[in-house]
Write a protein that binds this ligand. Structure first.
Ligand code: 13P
Length: 259
């Protein structure tokens, strides 16, 4: 079945002030004609409310995501932001378990599963990230590592098939310019979909699985043309509205050709 491509921009620790509003407005303007794809931006916490306001006046729908959240609703968690706080800021999506959260900030599969459960319960769409390191890939452990990561939260996604999104981001491809070969990415995406199918066919058919890691305008079409790649989670290239729009255009063309 056709899954609508999702082109998501993870701004990481960039564009957290007024520049975030300009970037979001430009993304909406430059992608207004691409009706076959969903668009999403994930600014830093500090810019969320302002970008939500900016996007409410935009010429197309651009979904707004946070880059992280805590799983508790309130309490003594200095420096953390809760699901309900995100909702109050106009956020309806959240990236969970990004490799930088796992590797720099020590997030575990258990914490990530709690966050996915919290997001689903609060009606915030989780984009849950998985991916192997270079050492794991070279040791031939890619499928095993990704399987373990997916199984930690599959049950939560199965509660509402098609609501949550998975992003496969090989750690060695993030910010390195070393994009995965389209067929190698497809192999991992197909394995993830098989894991979803073991829970239910509906979960497998409706869950969007994005690829992330050095996606650029010139490699997007090859990746997005793969059967099980349903969109892109873009880091560096999402900070340039024109380049990001070119990735969206590639997704739009692939979707139009498949329709
Ligand atoms: P780059 O596109 O900069 O490689 O980052 C990918 C990423 O981490 C998106 O979440």
């Amino acid at each position: 079945m056709a899954r609508r491509p999702l082109i998501a921009g993870n701004w990481k620790m960039n564009a957290g002030g007024a520049d975030g509003c300009t970037l979001a407005a430009n993304v909406a303007r430059l992608t207004a004609g691409f009706g076959n794809v969903d668009m999403l931006v994930a600014p830093p916490f500090t810019a969320l409310a302002a970008v939500a306001h900016e996007l409410s006046q935009a010429p197309r729908k651009v979904f707004l995501a946070a880059q992280n959240m805590h799983f508790e609703m309130s309490g003594a968690f200095t420096g953390e932001v809760s699901p309900s706080m995100l909702k109050e800021s106009g956020v309806e999506w959240v990236i969970i378990g990004h490799s930088e959260r796992r590797h720099i900030f020590g997030e575990t599969d258990t914490m990530i599963a709690k966050k996915v459960i919290a997001a689903m319960r609060e009606r915030i769409v989780p984009i849950v990230c998985v991916g192997e390191t270079l050492d794991e890939r070279e040791a031939g452990q890619t499928l095993e590592v990704v399987q373990k990561q997916v199984l930690a939260f599959r049950g939560a996604l199965a509660e509402n098939p098609g609501y949550g999104v998975i992003a496969y981001e090989p750690v060695w491809a993030i910010g390195t310019g070393k994009v995965a070969k389209a067929e190698d990415a497809q192999e991992v995406h197909a394995m993830i979909r098989k894991l979803l199918a073991a829970a239910s066919d509906e979960l497998a058919d409706t869950t969007r699985i994005l690829y992330g890691g050095s996606v650029k305008a010139d490699n997007a079409a090859g990746l997005l043309g793969q059967t099980d790649i349903d969109g892109a989670l873009v880091g560096g290239a999402s900070l340039d509205a024109a380049g990001f729009a070119k990735i969206a255009e590639a997704g739009n063309q692939v979707a139009a050709a498949q329709a």
